[in-house]
Design a protein around this ligand. Structure first.
Ligand code: NAI
Length: 242
């Protein structure tokens, strides 16, 4: 039961994050939506949560890669919601390219957002979770972090790092009643994958099609209430990384 709890979702203004926000709101959770730039989209998501699900919802513009900005944002959402019990680290970017040509800034930007961003959020929210003796952290990784992907060494490294972070946090915080799991999507139809429709890897999906954002949101919802599951990486990938 997550009704009445507060969930913080990074990158919640569109794509997979938006679907996660609606799913958790539909289950009665209040939602703090963290977004990078599109204020109108984030406000729309919050308004839909309030109107359709009757929960509290508020948007916060914050670059998750910025340690101090995350600290300030967590202080703001604590003032608004009192506390929080659920954190979904979904914000992520790609800067694909072949290793031999990859610019340093493209490697750094992806690792800073996808991996350090999750660390920043966990780092600043753990105090709330410890005080509550309750917390559920879910990191959105990728099958690229499990099996690797040519042309995505920066992205795969960041997502593999997220799996290591997930397992270490799960071990370290379990005694405090805090669980930490990861969801590893395969090909999910969003803005991030709109130029992937000709990717030959799509033909290798055993279930024969791309996934939808709701498929990932369902897995996140499961993990919010799976009280004996921690340190797990749940693939939502149509079987491609079996
Ligand atoms: P998207 O590009 O549609 O949305 C990404 C969200 O992250 C946006 O709301 C954006 O504003 C936010 N964001 C980006 N940088 C940020 C920053 N520095 N600070 C705060 N927010 C920031 O992407 P999509 O497809 O919805 O992906 C969501 C997550 O799922 C990402 O972590 C991605 O790596 C992961 N994923 C997606 C897959 C797919 O097939 N779409 C497959 C595997 C993993």
């Amino acid at each position: 039961m997550i009704s009445g709890k507060t969930a913080v979702v990074t990158g919640g203004s569109r794509g997979i994050g938006e679907a996660i926000v609606y799913k958790l709101a539909s289950l009665g959770a209040n939602v703090a939506v963290i977004y990078a730039g599109n204020t109108a989209a984030a406000e729309n998501v919050c308004n839909k949560c309030k109107q359709d699900y009757g929960v509290e919802a508020k948007a916060y513009k914050c670059n998750v890669a910025d340690f101090e900005a995350v600290k300030d944002t967590v202080a703001k959402l604590k003032a608004d919601f009192g506390t929080a019990q659920i954190l979904v680290n979904n914000a992520g970017i790609t800067r694909d390219g072949l290793l031999a040509m990859m610019k340093e800034e493209d490697f750094d930007a992806v690792v800073d957002t996808n991996l350090k961003g999750a660390f920043n959020m966990i780092r600043h929210m753990t105090g709330l979770f410890i005080r509550n003796r309750e917390g559920c952290i879910i990191n959105i990784t990728s099958v690229a972090g499990i099996v690797g992907n040519a042309g995505q060494c920066n992205y795969s490294a960041s997502k593999a790092g997220l799996i290591g972070l997930t397992k270490s946090v799960a071990k370290e915080l379990a005694p405090k009643g805090i669980r930490c799991n990861a969801v590893a999507p395969g090909f999910i139809s969003t803005d991030m994958t709109e130029n992937q429709t000709d990717n030959p890897l799509l033909k290798m999906i055993p279930l024969g099609k791309m996934g939808g954002t709701d498929d990932v949101a369902e897995a996140v919802a499961y993990l919010t209430t799976a009280k004996y599951v921690t340190g797990e990486v749940l693939r939502v990938d149509g079987g491609i990384a079996m």
